[in-house]
Design a protein around this ligand. Sequence first.
Ligand SMILES: *[C@@H]1O[C@H](CO)[C@@H](O)[C@H](O)[C@H]1NC(C)=O
Ligand SMILES: *[C@@H]1O[C@H](CO)[C@@H](O)[C@H](O)[C@H]1NC(C)=O
Length: 248
Amino acid sequence: MVTLDLFFFLSDVVIKGVTILAPLHSPNTDGIDPDSSTNVCIEDCYIESGDDLVAVKSGWDQFGTSVARPSSNIVIRRLSGTTPTCSGVGIGSEMSGGVSDVLVEDLHVRDSATAVRIKTDRGRGGYILNITIRGVAMERVRVPIRFSRGANDHPDGAYDRSALPRVSRIEISDVVGVGVEKAPVLEGLEGARFEGVCMRNVSLRGISPPAEWRCEYVAGEAVDVFPTPCEALRRGGSGCARGGGTPG
Ligand SMILES: *[C@@H]1O[C@H](CO)[C@@H](O)[C@H](O)[C@H]1NC(C)=O
Ligand SMILES: *[C@@H]1O[C@H](CO)[C@@H](O)[C@H](O)[C@H]1NC(C)=O
């Protein structure tokens, strides 16, 4: 079975027990994309795809800004699958209407490029706020956790270069990875640092030494994280104290 699910402007949706098998090397085959949608629950799904398994979005640059329909209150749990080129769960990169209050629990990603990715870009505006990701198991993943500032990908040349996204309160905890190739890459945007990042109880094995994280324009805290995280998460930032949704 090959299906492609994309939905816009929906609320109060449950997607449960769905299997999606898209060609592994075909681009733009995202599994499930809640876009400008609220109160969405995606659970017990298995997805194989050449793109993100699940991607939460809310509109692209000036179009997303003018429509201004956020995605919020999204629960994704017991999702498993593989994507050799993209991520298990992605937030963005089209997020100009804002994305908030996303809970991802029990994610299992194998033989993939990335498990968790948060992506945005200059010109997007909007926000990514209060994202909680806990209970991630991964095997044979290239970059386990990636925050990225886009590849200069815009619908046309009319985007506002001063429209910077606000990214804050991203908590990622209880992560186990084996056969991981690289340390996390956390790259925020110049002038729009990603704030309040919390990593807790994260163990990523298999990375060849020196296993250095790449971090830029990001601030937060790391507790019980292996391999040793970058300076930006070690300076005693308060990401974990203010994390959304979990005690402690
Ligand atoms: C953050 O999101 C979670 C759902 O993932 C929600 O339960 C919690 O109330 C939110 N926190 C704030 C401060 O809005
Ligand atoms: C750390 O995460 C692992 C994997 O999710 C979990 O089994 C373990 O109980 C967690 N440890 C603590 C102290 O929360």
